[in-house]
Design a protein around this ligand. Structure first.
Ligand code: GRF
Length: 217
């Protein structure tokens, strides 16, 4: 089976992008990172990608003012130029238009630093601590027009310690992110994920509920 051509979209440091690049170095991995694209010319991850020999492109959202559709069209053109088949959002901090999302339906993944549907949106680690959550984690899901609401592909959990700070908790969750994103991209690239009634089936079986996960220490 030929490897899927993947674009990773970033806005910042790109540690999840780096985890995907690392996984794809294995020639048996079913996806190759054909492009890293950023909406910010100063995203740290661009240098990391270049050093790894991956092509990079910048589509600077500031050049499009408030015209989200024009920004999305510009990104779409780049994705088409690279014959991209799957898109991975990895710390990509722009909301996408519903037209763009529809174009990539079930072909665009995102990673979110919480066990969705808990803690959608920003500041997830602080909110988990404020809510005295005992278990926290990360989710890879397909992107749908509603933010952080798409079908869950893989989740990974960590135990919240009583002495955790935002920094210590986010570091443990980030380690989980780096494990589950390559895992989810593998499943999707191998064609093992099907969406039925808004939920993913992996090899025909439902994804376990977050409460059923065994959290890492
Ligand atoms: C990660 O925590 C990811 O879950 C969230 O944004 C952060 C990006 O970090 N969507 P990085 O750029 O991958 O290091």
């Amino acid at each position: 089976m030929s490897r899927k051509r993947v674009a990773v979209l970033i806005s910042g440091r790109g540690s999840n992008m780096a985890a995907l690049i690392e996984a794809a170095k294995d020639k048996h991995y079913p996806a190759g990172i054909a492009l890293v694209m950023s909406n910010r010319p100063d995203a740290g991850g661009l240098a990391t990608a270049s050093e790894a020999g991956i092509e990079t492109q910048v589509v600077d959202h500031k050049q499009f003012g408030k015209d989200r559709a024009a920004f999305d069209t510009a990104m779409q053109k780049v994705l088409e130029a690279y014959s991209i088949e799957l898109v991975c959002l990895a710390g990509f901090m722009r909301l996408l238009s519903s037209g763009f999302v529809a174009q990539w339906n079930e072909r665009m993944l995102n990673i979110h630093p919480a066990l969705l549907p808990a803690f959608k949106g920003l500041d997830t680690h602080k909110r988990a601590l404020d809510a005295s959550a005992e278990v926290h984690g990360a989710t890879v899901h397909f992107v749908v027009p509603e933010m952080d609401a798409g079908p869950v592909i893989v989740q990974g959990a960590v135990t919240v310690h009583t002495d955790d700070t935002e920094q210590t908790l986010s570091a443990r969750v980030l380690a989980v992110e780096h494990r589950i994103y390559p895992q989810a991209l593998r499943l999707v690239s191998e064609g093992r994920v099907r969406v039925v009634d808004g939920k993913c089936l992996i090899d025909g079986a439902p994804v376990p509920d977050a409460t059923a996960l065994t959290p890492a220490p």
